[in-house]
Design a protein. Structure first.
Length: 266
């Protein structure tokens, strides 16, 4: 019986972590998709891989190192984009390729942790610990509180920064807050989804939800629902068929996206 998997503590932890990440990733992803800033999630995922590699190499917490690396990179990206006026796609491309190259160099310096690194690349339901759940719960709650508290302002900024700034909204500050929240969410997600696949969990649900042509608020709720369904099905398939959890979740997302395309052809 499929319900038997909940008898195992590691599956309980995996589902709790997965559902938290699904809500956070799809909610924050709605803003970056609307701003055509989707590559940010993939870039910060690669940056978090650098943090994980450094943590494994130095014997420090990979999760905390991933959080620090992602935060630092997100601030630098937003600084170059908003203050120096660099094109966002150019900045993201530089950080994406540079962080990937740096991660490869660090991994080549110490190949003894390849097995551990694999779980961070593609996600592993076995690797989620009780400590990870506490970290996800604390920082995830803070991230959710910030997103909900400034939901309306972030919505206006996503549509037009200049109009939002003219309306008295603190655009620069909120932009830094948003990229910081996204950086933390991505770093927290690598245990379940993996650094190479978290971008999909953040981008595919909003893109699929947009196909139904609803308003922003219903689209955001539908995006969250799609992410939750994919996590539940993906983790269940991961347990039943011994699949990498992150890959199983992303495949479910792709199936739902294809269904959305077929149902809403326009």
């Amino acid at each position: 019986m499929i319900y038997e998997m909940f008898d195992y503590p590691f599956m309980q932890r995996a589902f709790i972590a997965g559902l938290m990440i699904a809500i956070l990733a799809s909610l924050s992803g709605s803003f970056i998709v609307l701003r055509r800033y989707s590559l940010l999630s993939e870039t910060l995922a690669h940056v978090s891989l650098v943090g994980v590699s450094v943590g494994l190499l130095l014997g420090m917490s990979p999760l905390w190192m991933a959080v620090l690396a992602s935060l630092a990179a997100s601030w630098m990206i937003e600084y170059l984009r908003s203050v120096h006026g660099m094109y966002s796609d150019s900045v993201l491309a530089i950080f994406l390729s540079g962080s990937l190259a740096l991660a490869i160099v660090i991994v080549s310096m110490a190949g003894s942790f390849n097995a551990s690194l694999f779980s961070y690349l593609f996600g592993s339901i076995l690797s989620v610990s009780t400590e990870d759940l506490w970290v996800m719960g604390i920082f995830g709650s803070l991230a959710m509180a910030l997103l909900l508290a400034f939901f309306k302002e972030l919505y206006f900024i996503a549509f037009d920064e200049d109009v939002a700034r003219a309306g008295g909204i603190r655009v620069t500050l909120l932009n830094f807050m948003l990229v910081s929240v996204i950086a933390v969410i991505i770093a927290l997600s690598i245990r379940v989804v993996g650094t190479l696949l978290i971008g999909a969990l953040m981008v595919i649900p909003p893109v699929a939800a947009i196909r139904f042509g609803m308003g922003f608020y219903p689209t955001t709720l539908l995006s969250i629902a799609i992410a939750l369904i994919s996590v539940v099905i993906g983790l269940s398939a991961s347990y039943l068929f011994s699949l990498p959890s992150g890959a199983a979740i992303v495949l479910c997302l792709l199936v739902i996206f294809i269904i959305a395309l077929l149902v809403n052809r326009r």
